[in-house]
Design a protein. Structure first.
Length: 270
């Protein structure tokens, strides 16, 4: 173990008591925290279980993409949820994760970040965090949801010149490193609070904040889903996290999953 690996262990040892600090699996290197968390979930591991690593050898992004992160600089973690929800509400976990990240970043650094539906967090038109939500269901009931979070924290992006125009980190944006412990503890504080709201069916606050923090509402967009590409104006994100778009004929449709491209110059190609 390097000294920095001990840094992660220190983070884990000093997490304040929360739903997410009771069962913690901490690795200096792992293939993917999501893959590990899914195995735990399949074996019946408790809600709140946290898998966190300094490095992933096969970090997974959405749509089969790879998630790159240098070792010991960022936050790479996955959390197991077991919400008593029907499948249509599974994606609301993704919504609270994105909101918890945005709110924690603002709390710790003062930076305003925005959510690009369905699960990216952007800072000044560059991606700073991504979420990978994977779930299993049984007869329309959610068995478990694994929320995987990757946040670029203390990473000097000039290490990867090819990502310079599309990705950023908190350190890049504010000019100095920040405490990963403080950031993680604050994310967990918000995440637990927002999860409580979902469980009590008081999700109006989350729905409203998500729309306020969305970088796509009101924009013309293309959405590539499994079978087709849909073009329209983004009206809102609904309570289940689906994107509601209006086509040229004024007809609204909801899309729960897809790859979104917004039609304004600074985001072309993202
Ligand atoms: C995306 O933007 O495509 C989602 C990226 C999610 C990356 C995180 S890093 C921790 C967790 N483990 C993984 O293998 N992926 C997620």
């Amino acid at each position: 173990m390097t000294i920095k690996d001990n840094g992660l262990q220190e983070i884990v040892n000093n997490l304040p008591d929360s739903l997410f600090s009771r069962h913690v699996y901490c690795f200096s290197s792992i293939e993917s925290t999501n893959a590990y968390a899914k195995e735990l979930a399949k074996r019946g591991e408790a809600e709140g279980s946290l898998v966190i690593a300094e490095k992933q050898t096969r970090g997974q992004g959405r749509m089969g993409r790879h998630w790159y992160s240098p070792a010991c600089a960022n936050l790479l973690l996955s959390v197991v949820f077991r919400p008593p929800f029907t499948v249509d509400r599974a994606f609301s976990l993704n919504m609270i994760a994105a909101l918890a990240i945005v709110d924690a970043i603002n709390n710790i650094t003062g930076l305003d970040t925005l959510i690009k539906w369905p699960n990216d967090v952007f800072c000044r038109d560059k991606k700073i965090a991504g979420i990978l939500t994977e779930f299993s269901t049984k007869r329309k009931q959610v068995e478990y949801v694994v929320i995987g979070i990757g946040i670029n924290v203390n990473w000097d992006i000039s290490d990867k010149p090819e990502l310079k125009h599309v990705a950023t980190s908190l350190e890049n944006e504010i000019g100095h490193p920040i405490s990963r412990l403080d950031l993680l503890a604050t994310i967990f504080k918000f995440l637990e609070e927002y999860y409580g709201l979902l469980l009590k069916r008081q999700e109006d606050f989350i729905y409203k904040r998500w729309n306020e923090r969305s970088m796509v509402v009101g924009k013309e967009a293309f959405i590539d889903s499994a079978h087709e590409t849909i073009k329209g104006k983004v009206k809102r994100i609904d309570k289940n996290g689906a994107l509601v778009i209006e086509d040229e004929a004024g007809k609204e449709s909801s899309i729960i999953c897809g790859d979104l491209k917004v039609l304004f110059p600074s985001l072309a190609g993202l």
